[in-house]
Ligand binder design. Sequence first.
Ligand code: GLV
Ligand code: GLV
Length: 329
Amino acid sequence: NKPKILLARAIFPEVITHLEQFFDVESNQDDHIFSSTELIEKLQDKDGLIATGSEPVSAEVLRACPRLKAVCNQAVGYNNIDVAAATKAGVMVTNTPDVLNETTADFGWALLMATARRITESEHWLRAGKWNKWRFDSFLGADVHGATLGVIGMGRIGQAIARRSMGFDMQVLYHNRSRVSPELEARANNARLVSKEELLRQADHVILVLPYSKASHHTIGAAELAMMKPGATLVNLARGGIVDDVALIAALREHKIAAAGLDVFENEPALHPDFLTLSNVVLTPHIASASEPTRRAMAACAAANLLAALLPAAAGALPPNLLNPEVKR
Ligand code: GLV
Ligand code: GLV
């Protein structure tokens, strides 16, 4: 009698083949988006769930699914899961850290460069047949090289982003709950810890890579945007809700800052319609970790976590990325 698991969203077929050796798998290759009610219904006879990071696993869902023993997110962020409620309910929770650090850092740079140098805006203009309107002063952007980079959230992804700035002769400021070691600061282009306010006032380009929590809700709101330089770029690679989107729209419209590059939004996959009316924002649909090898590695990581959670004898260890080791198993 194999344990029963649910895959919340479509996944690479080889992952399903692998999981079927150990589990009775209910997959979702049509990629139907479950409502909370459907999710609860499907989880009634399930021991484990692989989620993508966008399915809310609330206290209510956990209460309603007494058989559930493990929720394995295919994401480094896990703010979609009420971990405290999971711990109380005896449910192990895992994420996929590390495998996506470098890929996500690459994308942070792609978004920063595209935003500072107005790449998508100018492409839309070109596609609209406007090249004959080109002027010597068309699409003037901000320089990236030689500028000051502000990294808010100096975790592994923040460090990987800062490290990449070495080739651009940048000064790096960072803000974080605590100072990282001098060795890591040196590797991160001699990054210097400063207050959030100093970072916002000094940086030409600010990049957000901190996890979402109640404490980081609206880390960037109207007051913070007002501190930034008028020519500054803001990149959000982290989570919707870390930026107050309404305040950001106002700042972009009034040119309080030059531009923003956003991979995440409040209320995804809906986004504030006003973003679509602004030319000084680059918008991507939460794809920072979506390189071919990294998405495969994230899926494999979540599968390995689930295997260790539900079949510890077969896996020979605890889930490698267990977020609530205090859970009673
Ligand atoms: C994606 O946003 C992740 O948390 O991995
Ligand atoms: C993610 O793993 C981070 O620490 O930023």
